[in-house]
Ligand binder design. Structure first.
Ligand code: ZN
Length: 429
């Protein structure tokens, strides 16, 4: 009986910890992905608001600042932003920003009504035809009906056409007003460090008859900032072993910011979720100090080219040679199909250990291996010889780099199991 009571107590106790962890993670995701954080980009200082919040969490847990007496590491980047109006009408009908269209991240500001010349993708298969088209479009927009059976194109033709599209987007020698790309693909936004000569509007083809489009009305306020100072958030906890070896937990907190003053990209999965994972470890290790010194790096500037992690390895605030292992969390919010481990095949012994830990307690449905891929912040460290994984969850909601990556629909299905697995993994060093 005593034993039974004890085990009931233990169960309810661990349930208590479990419930608190996931509630905290949800709160972090909800906060970071809320409108007040402006999509954690550079318009309206979304990055500053987010980094201040994270530093506040570091402080609450008693982390040591890693940069002298500061939790921040400043660095500069160039960025094209959309802080003001962004409005698009086709034939006088207003489109919904983010849902019906995206303004390509490099677009310059543009105001006015312009004539539209519609062409099928297939027309772009010769240089003469493209030049002829541009000549005709001098004061007009070209609308490219992008999906005219690309499957029928041979490899040469396909290459020619995609080169022509690149030229229509970016070639400064071609003089016409702008490009509209009409597509059936999912609308996926990005953020870019340059501004191009003419606007490119990507329009969702659904419910649209491209041939009927005669004019476009634009009111797009974009501002290029050649030097914007953003910041990483950096802190550490001393380990109990007295060793000077370090474990590093990283996640980028930045996202795509604003596309006009009415639309923001919440980035709940990318990467409020990974930041929530990092902060969950901050909290846990503050409560129960780890064996090794643990450095926490929350990066800015990831989406624009892994720039926060680049700045860090160029000015490291911890000895890179003393890092036993780094785990970078990016896209931590689903997990219905388990996780994928970038660099798993490079650091195979650690990958095998992770897989075994997972099998032991049936934590995640799958732990899949992947080779090297320079697609998140771990890469900058890996290039400097730091043993590292980048892990992302798989399955569940497919929202990515769009207005639908919202906290309300991010399940955090396997978050607790994921946290427990990684906790065991870190403890094994
Ligand atoms: Zn990301």
């Amino acid at each position: 009986m005593k034993k039974l009571i004890l085990s009931i107590l233990l169960v309810s106790c661990s349930l208590g910890v479990f419930a608190q962890d996931i509630d905290y993670a949800r709160k972090v995701v909800k906060t970071l992905a809320s409108p007040a954080f402006k999509g954690r980009g550079y318009a309206e200082k979304g990055d500053q608001i987010a980094s201040a919040f994270i530093a506040g969490e570091f402080k609450k847990s008693g982390l040591l600042p890693l940069n002298g007496n500061s939790y921040f590491q400043d660095f500069d980047l160039s960025v094209n932003t959309f802080p003001g109006e962004v409005e698009v009408e086709l034939n006088g009908k207003k489109l919904r920003a983010g849902a019906d269209y995206l303004v390509e991240a490099s677009s310059p500001p543009v105001q006015g009504r312009f004539q539209v010349i519609t062409v099928d993708r297939a027309l772009l298969n010769s240089v003469e035809k493209v030049l002829d088209l541009v000549e005709k479009a001098k004061d007009a927009f070209i609308l490219l009906n992008d999906q005219a059976n690309p499957s029928e194109e041979g490899p040469e033709e396909k290459k020619m056409i995609s080169q022509a599209i690149e030229a229509l987007k970016y070639d400064e020698n071609l003089k016409f007003k702008g490009l509209i790309v009409c597509t059936s693909d999912k609308l996926t936004w990005t953020t870019l460090s340059f501004q191009t000569i003419r606007p490119v509007i990507v329009v969702n083809k659904k419910g649209l008859d491209p041939k009927s489009i005669q004019n476009i009305t634009l009111n797009i306020d974009s501002r290029f900032i050649p030097k914007y100072t953003t910041r990483n958030v950096v802190g550490m906890l001393k380990g109990t072993s007295g060793s000077d070896s370090t474990l590093v937990i990283s996640a980028h907190f930045d996202h795509l910011g604003l596309m006009g003053n009415k639309v923001y990209f919440p980035g709940a999965n990318d990467n409020a979720s990974g930041t929530a994972m990092l902060l969950s470890f901050v909290k846990e290790y503050a409560r129960q100090p780890p064996k090794y010194n643990t450095v926490f790096l929350a990066f800015s500037g990831e989406e624009i080219g892994l720039l926060g992690s680049k700045a860090f390895v160029e000015h490291p605030l911890t000895d890179l040679k003393k890092i036993k292992f780094l785990v970078n969390f990016d896209l931590a919010g689903t997990g219905e199909e388990g996780i994928k481990v970038v660099n798993g095949s490079i650091f195979k012994a650690q990958f095998d250990r992770l897989t075994k830990l997972n099998q032991l307690d049936h934590l995640l449905p799958k732990v899949e291996i992947r080779g090297a891929a320079c697609i998140s912040d771990h890469c900058r460290f890996y290039e400097k010889g730091v043993p590292s994984f980048f892990i992302y969850t798989q399955g569940g909601i497919k929202a990515y780099h769009d207005i639908y990556d919202r906290p309300e629909t991010l399940p955090l299905t396997e978050f607790s199991h994921y946290f427990q697995l990684m906790q065991r993994f870190f403890a094994g060093f």
